[in-house]
Design a protein around this ligand. Structure first.
Ligand SMILES: *Cc1c(COP(=O)(O)O)cnc(C)c1O
Length: 393
């Protein structure tokens, strides 16, 4: 009998939970009305959208009026940054971010630089952490926005957002955080953390793809990103994707219901994987912080190995993981995150991200380690560099 495949790329996307699908299905067929209409069909869908807005708001300690649905996490990031840049251009043109953000943030900031904005890309330490002190020192009169992710998608490092929030609040500068990887992993309270804008996406927490949301604190002026009809209180035009919104709401309710016990199970798998690899496979290193890291995430570099070959051979053994870098999209550039934490190009290229989720078990962890031991040994046999190092040992 063929062994079941092991999916350990939950930071890339997650499967839909059956309960989420069940909640969504009627909104493709029975309840198809346009949520902006006044008759019964429209009222039905409007009610569903409102419920989802309550579910999202509750999950992050926000008010329903502060939640706007988007088509993805990327869109939420784009909107937050461009929308604030546009609304506050008269106040200043300076934005602060970090060098390890997702491309949805980085490329948006780079685009704004072409339009005359000045962007500071803060460095990170060897664990991928932004220093709140650096944020404070970078703030100047022209600063209108600080955008720092809550947790990194490649190396799992959890940023000191609450500390950064204290600083931005004191300085009177807006704080946006890309919390795409954090929902369901970290307890989030936008008020306690002094967050002004927060991005999320459904498909990273067992909701549907193409569903996202942006939290915008009451009183924060933001320009609309998509213009047209009056949907989302005139801020994000276009007929609501009701089924996706319903799915996002259900998924976030389930994902945040019991974060502690969910992450405890993930952490046990993560730590066993990291410990076993570092102990049993030589020339390996853990990327990211040992404790301040997402419960699901492990990212390990294997010296003398090409990450792509590793992924392909894991795939042949029924294991779906990631290099955690742009390599997966056909680019040969090493990950900007791994370079930012100081890794050399060749080490960055030999990196593997394993991100656990609901379906995984401890048996999966052991199967992955055993597969890695064989594959890494085989690939290293073909490496002249490794042979040279072994001879000199
Ligand atoms: C996945 C991801 C995004 C993009 O979300 P999409 O919904 O896929 O557009 C943005 N930021 C981070 C940190 C992510 O991991």
């Amino acid at each position: 009998m063929a062994e079941k495949r092991i999916y350990v790329d939950h930071s890339a996307t997650t499967p839909l939970k059956p309960e989420v699908l069940d909640a969504m299905l009627p909104y493709f067929t029975e309840y198809f009305g346009n949520a902006s209409t006044v008759y019964a069909e429209g009222r039905e869908t409007k009610k569903a959208v409102n419920l989802a807005r309550e579910q999202v708001a509750k999950a992050i300690g926000a008010d329903v009026k502060e939640i706007f649905f988007t088509g993805s996490g990327t869109e939420a990031d784009n909107w937050a940054i461009r929308g604030i840049a546009k609304a506050l251009r008269h106040k200043g043109n300076h934005i602060i971010t970090s060098s390890v953000e997702h491309h949805a943030v980085l490329h948006t900031c780079q685009e704004l630089e072409k339009d005359g904005f000045e962007v500071t890309y803060l460095p990170v330490d060897e664990f991928g952490m932004v220093s709140p002190k650096d944020v404070e020192n970078a703030i100047k009169d022209e600063t209108i926005l600080v955008t720092i992710m809550m947790a990194n998608n490649e190396i799992g490092t959890i940023m000191p957002i609450e500390e950064i929030g204290r600083i931005t609040k004191e300085k009177g500068v807006l704080l946006h955080t890309d919390a795409v990887q954090a929902i369901g992993m970290i307890e989030i309270d936008v008020n306690k953390m002094n967050i002004d804008l927060l991005s999320m996406t459904g498909h990273k927490f067992y909701g549907p793809k193409g569903s996202g949301a942006l939290f915008v604190r009451k009183g924060v002026k933001i320009a609309p990103f998509i213009t047209g009809g009056a949907q989302e209180r005139n801020k994000r035009a276009g007929t609501e994707n009701v089924a996706a919104i319903v799915g996002l709401g259900k998924a976030i309710e389930l994902a945040t219901a019991d974060i502690a016990s969910h992450t405890e199970k993930l952490k046990a798998m993560r730590d066993r994987l990291i410990d076993r690899i570092l102990e049993e496979i030589p020339y390996t290193r853990l990327n990211g912080h040992r404790t301040e890291r997402l419960a699901s995430n492990s990212n390990i570099s294997f010296e003398f190995i090409e990450g792509e070959s590793l992924l392909l051979m894991l795939d042949m053994q029924g294991i779906s993981a990631s290099s955690g870098s742009a390599c997966t999209s056909g680019s040969l550039d090493p990950s900007h995150v791994l370079l930012a934490i100081g890794l050399k190009h060749e080490i960055a290229h030999g990196s593997l991200r394993v991100s656990f989720g609901d379906s995984n078990t401890m048996e999966d962890v052991d199967r992955i380690v055993e597969a890695l031991k064989t594959i890494v040994a085989r690939l290293r046999e073909m490496s002249p560099l490794y042979e040279a190092v072994k001879k000199s040992e």
